[in-house]
Design a binder for this molecule. Structure first.
Ligand SMILES: NC(=O)c1ccc[n+]([C@@H]2O[C@H](COP(=O)([O-])OP(=O)(O)OC[C@H]3O[C@@H](n4cnc5c(N)ncnc54)[C@H](OP(=O)(O)O)[C@@H]3O)[C@@H](O)[C@H]2O)c1
Length: 223
């Protein structure tokens, strides 16, 4: 199974402003690139904070078969089952939720989505590993992580992202609390992930980068 990510980032490494509200960081060309990558994905995962900021419509692809639209959230707080994200009957939605989600809250989403209760995370089995194992069991061949920085940390710190697609955009966002490509606790020097540059395309004022992780624990997760 292939796990890859795609996000747009400002020159100073931010993927959103400190207010986390919706704005287009990339150009229409970047949007095309996102569509190209979505076509390669059987499933696309976003974090709850991203959905809350976008109230996003489906993570649609121009391919005939729509990818699974997956979401990671502890309690689905601040998310409404009436948002466009939950409306398209052609899309299969999977909500990965914390084990402490109340049955009453779960019920509100059961009509439109499949709910997967995650086990309490352990060092060996954090949420990201459980999610990858769930997709592997379903025969999913490719999972695209579209951010934000919170879930990027969950997956990259578990060495689960093999390929990082990053669009470097000619903007400075700043802000110590603005979301970055990978947030979370962060690495210490001896833990830092090393990557290899696979592709670099300059298109207009943007740079399209593809980096490959030098270490992956994907084979180690159970099949
Ligand atoms: N530039 C880009 O390409 C791009 C792409 C995507 C997003 N963004 C922007 O990035 C911002 C959002 O990024 P973010 O870093 O704040 O958040 P995020 O990664 O989208 O979502 C974080 C949320 O995911 C859930 N989560 C994470 N780990 C979990 C775990 N182990 N178990 C259960 N739930 C877990 C939690 O949801 P709950 O709070 O519900 O528990 C957490 O608050 C938005 O402004 C968005 O617009 C930009």
């Amino acid at each position: 199974m292939k796990v890859f990510s795609n996000l747009a980032m400002s020159l100073d490494g931010k993927i959103a402003t400190r207010s986390r509200e919706l704005f287009l960081l990339g150009t229409p060309r970047d949007h095309q690139e996102m569509q190209r990558l979505r076509k390669q994905a059987d499933a696309i995962l976003i974090g709850a904070s991203t959905l809350r900021s976008y109230k996003k419509p489906n993570l649609i692809s121009k391919a005939k078969t729509q990818p699974i639209n997956a979401l990671l959230s502890t309690h689905l707080d601040g998310i409404s089952p009436h948002w466009p994200f939950f409306q398209d009957p052609k899309v299969h939605r999977v909500l990965f939720v914390g084990h402490t989600l109340s049955p009453a809250r779960a019920k509100k989403f059961e009509k439109t989505s499949e709910l997967v209760l995650l086990k309490p995370p352990t060092k060996k089995k954090p949420a990201s590993v459980q999610i990858v194992e769930w997709f592997k069991k379903r025969g999913t061949k490719s999972l695209l992580i579209e951010g934000g920085g919170g879930i990027m940390w969950d997956f990259s710190s578990a060495h689960l992202i093999q390929e990082y697609h990053v669009t470097l955009t000619p903007k400075i966002i700043g802000g110590a609390t603005a979301a970055t490509l990978v947030d979370g606790r962060g690495f210490l020097p001896k833990e830092i992930l090393n990557l290899k540059l696979k592709q670099c395309r300059v298109i207009g004022n943007e740079i399209y980068l593809v980096y490959q992780a030098l270490r992956s624990s994907l084979e180690a997760t159970s099949r």
